[in-house]
Design a protein around this ligand. Structure first.
Ligand code: ATP
Length: 234
């Protein structure tokens, strides 16, 4: 579904991603783990078209997308649930969801998808007319995910969906990620919460100083001595 080949990414003269390659197969949950500043969000922003790689290629279902505008990528089936929950704070919950489904099939299916989002997150249904800026942090995170789902993407990318959330809510959100995969979406997730993320994903890549240093099945990386020492505190 997603094939990232040998990309370099820089901010001005400062290169932060070095020759990174990874793949996300149809129906997989793939995670990218790494320390603060390793470059995880930079990779997400590059895949979603906000940044351009200096070299390399990014293919979505075989089609090169590294020179495509972000709004076009949504139509091609790629949704990005960003870290800084970029919602429209003055708009209601429902209006924010509508903004996730402006065109094409997503627009046609809007009512049905919205019902689905409200059934996944009943809290959002209760607050559908509330301004999103007044939601709690966890509710805003649910809304950001709901807005991503409204686009009916083939590939959905989650950038740190759990920081600052109560453990029970983290479990809920990881449960939702599993559900959307079981319904046919492909998932790429970046998370600080390494233990739970490795337990959730099928495969993961370890990113260190802008380079991929390890990859493997989530379950295998959970047992890996380097991963345990560096990311699991054991
Ligand atoms: P975290 O887990 O802390 O969010 P991350 O792995 O997502 O970290 P990035 O946000 O991708 O890391 O940052 C990678 C490197 O790029 C860091 O050294 C960061 O300072 C630098 N960087 C990020 N954004 C910019 C920017 N807009 N301009 C210049 N440097 C940047």
């Amino acid at each position: 579904m997603l094939d990232v080949r040998n990309i370099d990414v820089a901010y001005g003269d400062v290169q932060v991603i070095w020759d990174v390659s990874f793949r996300v197969g149809q129906g997989e949950i793939v995670a990218m783990i790494g320390a603060n500043g390793a470059g995880k969000s930079t990779i997400m922003r590059t895949v979603s078209g906000v940044l351009r790689p200096g070299k390399g290629q990014i293919l979505l279902a075989g089609e090169a997308i590294h020179n495509v505008e972000p709004y076009t990528l949504i139509e091609k089936g790629l949704a990005h649930v960003p870290e800084a929950r970029r919602l429209f704070p003055e708009m209601s919950v429902e209006e924010n969801l509508d903004m996730g489904s402006l065109r094409g099939r997503a627009r046609k299916e809007r009512a049905r998808t919205k019902d689905r989002v409200f059934s996944i997150f009943p809290r959002l249904a209760e607050r559908r007319r509330q301004a999103s800026g007044t939601l709690s942090g966890g509710e805003q995170q649910m809304l950001a995910i709901g807005r991503g789902l409204m686009a009916l993407p083939r590939l959905i990318m989650f950038d740190e969906p759990s920081p600052g959330l109560a453990p029970i809510l983290v479990q809920d959100i990881f449960g939702v990620i599993r559900t959307v995969r079981d319904e046919g979406m492909t998932v790429l997730i970046v998370e600080q919460n390494v233990r739970q993320t490795l337990a959730l994903c099928d495969r993961a890549y370890v990113l260190e100083n802008g380079r991929i240093t390890q990859e493997g099945a989530g379950a295998d990386l959970l047992r890996d001595p380097h991963v345990k020492a560096a990311y699991l505190g054991v």
